[in-house]
Design a protein. Structure first.
Length: 261
């Protein structure tokens, strides 16, 4: 069984945000209170995290996530990356280093910003005192394995930072991060009808670097998953309004949403 947990369902400002407050979101609905985006996957015991939000410590603690087999990064924006330091607790608990995976241009920036976290596979580190993350380069449309889970990175187009999505087990699950479109070669990596598609909707009307609701639903229509979860929502995205604007098998996310496949 595969278990998916939406640790955080919000875009960069979170909801409520300092600048906009609740915006268009109903403050009476607890599903509108959003921390920044992060998703945890448990594939029959292989535990994978996508992105490390600034609220990672509280997200991991809330779900008592104490072991990870790997962390996948989509891009280097702060709302997807800046909780990386909290992975040192995973090091401490497991008395071991931790593998992180990203496209080369993303890893290059991580290595510069967080050089004190990075170690080499053959380097012995006292993880109780020093964090230890092992960087692994991955390449678009070239699958790799974490244990027995097949993962294919795909290129996402139109965001203002190089961004990677991930296809699990030839399409069992497809995880899309900030984007305006999916690269044509990326669609070819989806070899089966997905049980679950996760993709972002920062604002319903879209922005220069983010797909709007119409574009998001076009992707859903093309991929035809069994179910879709929309996350990464800013204060313009009221939970009930998004729910009413989407098909029956397409639902907005909320913090701590759990899905079993």
């Amino acid at each position: 069984m595969t278990k998916v947990t939406i640790l955080g369902s919000g875009a960069a400002p979170g909801v409520p945000s300092l600048s906009c407050g609740w915006g268009d979101c109903n403050p009476e609905n607890p599903k509108n209170r959003r921390t920044r985006s992060g998703t945890y996957y448990d594939f029959d015991g292989t535990q994978i995290l996508i992105d490390t939000s600034p609220e990672l410590r509280q997200q991991l603690y809330a779900h008592q996530i104490k072991r990870l087999d790997g962390v996948l990064y989509t891009h280097v924006h702060a709302d997807h990356l800046n909780g990386i330091d909290d992975l040192r607790e995973i090091n401490r608990i497991n008395r071991n280093s931790l593998n992180i995976y990203a496209a080369p241009e993303t890893l290059d920036i991580i290595k510069v910003r967080y050089s004190y976290l990075i170690t080499k596979p053959d380097c012995v580190v006292d993880v109780l005192r020093q964090p230890a993350l092992i960087p692994n380069e991955v390449y678009h449309n070239q699958p790799f394995l974490i244990n027995q889970v097949k993962i294919t990175p795909i290129k996402l187009v139109g965001h203002n930072a190089p961004t990677t999505g991930y296809v699990f087990n030839d399409g069992e699950i497809v995880h899309i991060a900030d984007f305006r479109a999916i690269d044509a070669e990326g669609y070819k990596q989806i070899l089966r009808r997905p049980k679950l598609l996760i993709l972002p909707l920062t604002t319903p009307y879209g922005q220069k670097f983010h797909a709007g609701l119409e574009e998001v639903l076009d992707v859903v229509s093309r991929i035809k998953p069994e179910q879709t979860v929309i996350n990464h929502m800013a204060s313009e995205c009221d939970y009930e309004a998004v729910d009413q604007a989407t098909p029956e098998n397409c639902k907005p996310a909320y913090d701590n949403l759990q899905i079993e496949l």
